[in-house]
Design a protein around this ligand. Structure first.
Ligand code: FES
Length: 100
């Protein structure tokens, strides 16, 4: 199901923002005007990744430092071992939509 999330200009370049969509917490990341959506909950111990840091295309968990690739959700560094789920993003008339 395609769900309208926000206007594209609500998330500045190089930033991420958390949204709750149908009870699911996701983050939208704006990397050089390309948008990605993935789970906000760290697969290690459930910390909110939106409180972490974004370094280029990598999200660093604020709790224990696991790293994830923003575009694929893949784990890049321990202690997490499970990838994050990613969601397709579409842009229509300046609005972001996520396929949940
Ligand atoms: S909760 Fe994210 S690394 Fe531990």
């Amino acid at each position: 199901m395609l769900i309208k999330i926000a206007k594209t200009n609500e998330i500045s370049a190089g930033a991420m923002k958390r949204f709750t969509v149908r009870g699911k917490k996701i983050i939208i990341v704006n990397l050089e005007e390309k948008f990605y959506a993935l789970d906000d909950t760290c697969s290690h111990n459930q910390c909110s990744l939106s409180k972490g840091e974004l370094e280029g295309g990598i999200i660093i968990c604020p709790c224990h430092g696991a790293r994830f690739d923003v575009s694929t959700g893949k784990v890049l560094a321990l202690p997490a071992v499970k990838d994050l789920k990613i969601y397709p993003v579409q842009i229509k008339k300046d609005y972001l939509y996520v396929e949940i």
